[in-house]
Each structure stands twice: as C-alpha cells, then as structure tokens.
Design a protein around this ligand. Sequence first.
Ligand code: ATP
Ligand code: SF4
Ligand code: MG
Length: 348
Amino acid sequence: MERNILEIKNLTTCFFTDDGTVKATDRVSINVGKGQTVCLVGESGSGKSVTSLAVMRLIDYAGGFIQSGNVMFHGQDLAAKDLDEMMHVRGNKIAMIFQDPMSALNPVFTVGDQIAESLMLHQNMSQQDAFKKAIDMLRLVGIPAPEVRVKQYPHEMSGGMCQRVVIAMALACNPEMLIADEPTTALDVTVQAQILDLLRRLQKELGMSILLITHDMGVAAEMADRIAVMYAGTIVEEGTVERIFDEPRHPYTIGLLQSIPGFEGERGGELYTIQGTIPSITQLPTGCRFHPRCPYAIDKCRKEEPILREVVTGQQVACWLNEDVSNHFRINQRANSVAGSKAEVNRQ
Ligand SMILES: Nc1ncnc2c1ncn2[C@@H]1O[C@H](COP(=O)(O)OP(=O)(O)OP(=O)(O)O)[C@@H](O)[C@H]1O
Ligand code: SF4
Ligand SMILES: [Mg+2]
C-alpha cells in the first residue's frame, strides 16, 4: 500500500473572535500519499485555507490555534511542534503557495533575491550559489531569459509570470510536499492551464506530493488522484477522483458537480446552483451542517450530525442517506445524472 507523506487526523481548529472561541474546522482527516495529488474542494468559507494554515502552523499567527488532532508528517506530529521547530519544516520540507500569489512577493526586492533568500536560509547556500540556483529555478518553471528576469522586480512581470516565480520560490528547496491554495484562481484560462501543466510536470520530475486547494471541480478533475470535499469546516465526502465524479454520494458533492459550467448545455437547462449559502462558523445548523440546503433532508438530519465513514472501498461519506439502503435508489438516480461528468469536464 502507498505510504502517506501527510496524515491529517481529526484536526479541529479554532479562532478567537468577538463572539468568543469558534471552531473553524471540525475533525478534518485527509491523507496524502507519496507522489499523489489530493484536491481539497468546497465553496468559499468552507475551511480549505484554514486547514492548510493549520498544517503549516501559520494559524498560530492568524488569531487561531489547533484545538485537537494531529498533522503527521514522516511520523512527526506537526500539531505538537513548537513554532521555532516549524520554521525548519516550512519552506524546506513542506512548501506553500498562498491563495494570493502577489502577497507572497515583496515589491522592493528582485525575484532573484527572493528565491535566493529561502535557499540561504534553509539550505545554508552562499549568496552566489543561491543566485545561480534561483536562475535554474526560473528556467525550471518556464520563464524565458532567466538570467535577465532574475534581476527584475515583481511589477516588471505579468501575473502568470509572477505565479511561476511563486512556484519557483516554493520549490527551490525541493520540498517533499507542496500545499497550493488556489494557485490559478487569479489567472486567465490559458495561463491557468499552463500553470497546472507546470505543476504536473514538476510533480513528476521532483516526486512531490501535492495538496491542491481549489473551488473549481474542473481543476480537481484534471489534477486529483483523490478528492476531499469540505463543507462548513468538515469533510463530507472523500474518495478517488473516479469515485467522486462517477458515483458521488453526498448531496453537496452532487450539487458541486452539477454546478460545473458546461453541464447545463447537454441538459438544455440553466446552470445549477446549490440553493442557499454556506453558514457562518458562528452559526452552524444543528445536525447535518448541510441540512438547510439539502433537497433530501429527513428529520434525523436536523438532529444528528452524520459521521464520515467508508461506504465502499475508496470512498467515505458523511450523510444519513447513505446509511439507509432504501435511499440509495433516490440518491443514485441523482448521481447518475452527473455520471460521466469527469469526461465532460475534461473535454472542455
Ligand atoms: N483569522 C480568522 N479569524 C476568524 N475567522 C476566520 C479567520 N480566517 C478564517 N476564518 C473563518 O474560517 C472559515 C473558513 O475560512 P477559509 O478561509 O478557510 O475558507 P476557504 O474555504 O479557504 O474559502 P475561500 O474559497 O474563499 O478561500 C470562514 O468562516 C472564515 O470566516
Ligand atoms: S445527512 Fe441529510 S441533510 Fe445531510 S447531506 Fe445527507 S441527506 Fe442531506
Ligand atoms: Mg481560501
């Protein structure tokens, strides 16, 4: 069986707010195997970034903390490390591409200086060697004339090029694990495809594992080996990309798949949207967090919270409907209407 590089186990995180301490994620578990890409998907506010900040222990600097759970990386629990120790893990063994790439670049330093800085810090390289490696990294991520570009400032580059620089910075220390939080959201479609190709190529070349955060199911279809679907701070479904796209079992996953642009065309209808909005972490519904928006909600859903459990090999779901055999037909009918969705997405 494939070895997991990262095992997030029952991770519960909290923030200090005006309303007191509130949970942002609740018992989140995600495994990432060696060389695997796991996509964490879900609507805005579902807790994707908070999960990644907790893994990197950056949540400690953002007014939050890990309340319980583990982040196992090579048998060590990052959740239990002190913040000084984490500085050696961050950037060196686990690298992160942040949701807003421009904020990761400092406007007053050249891109070469910025890449070289992390090499000098984490790899003890001399300034000269680090600068040479910075040029190699710019070449690796497909930036033309890297010897010239290395001396330029971020404002002298396009958005796509800055994103390549951010990737070069993240990968400079040859991390085993990359966490990429919406790495292509701010880019146009063509550049997005180029950056995703680049990540796939570098993953193969460097043997990295990737936790890719995206709200775009099309990106997940293209990139993921496994998908974890997050809603209101919990994982509601998890499985191989094939199972999630061909036989989604959680009504929220089904809704997300039906919301992919392009699906409406074949059915001749309007683009599907999941009714309602995601709840605030300070006002979570009782029972199943999705029940106010769920077309299948039954009485039990309003009272008891379903637990994530394996329903078939390679697929876990947190939904009462999947506990009751008589409901399988109903949900399968709905699921069948999105079957073939992966093929459809990939055709676009
Ligand atoms: N520093 C903070 N203090 C208080 N609450 C926070 C903080 N950061 C995030 N949250 C809350 O935690 C929840 C999850 O936020 P998070 O940023 O992880 O969402 P997300 O899934 O990454 O969304 P998006 O797709 O918009 O990036 C939200 O309700 C958000 O308001
Ligand atoms: S548990 Fe109930 S409300 Fe929640 S997703 Fe399943 S059917 Fe819908
Ligand atoms: Mg986010």
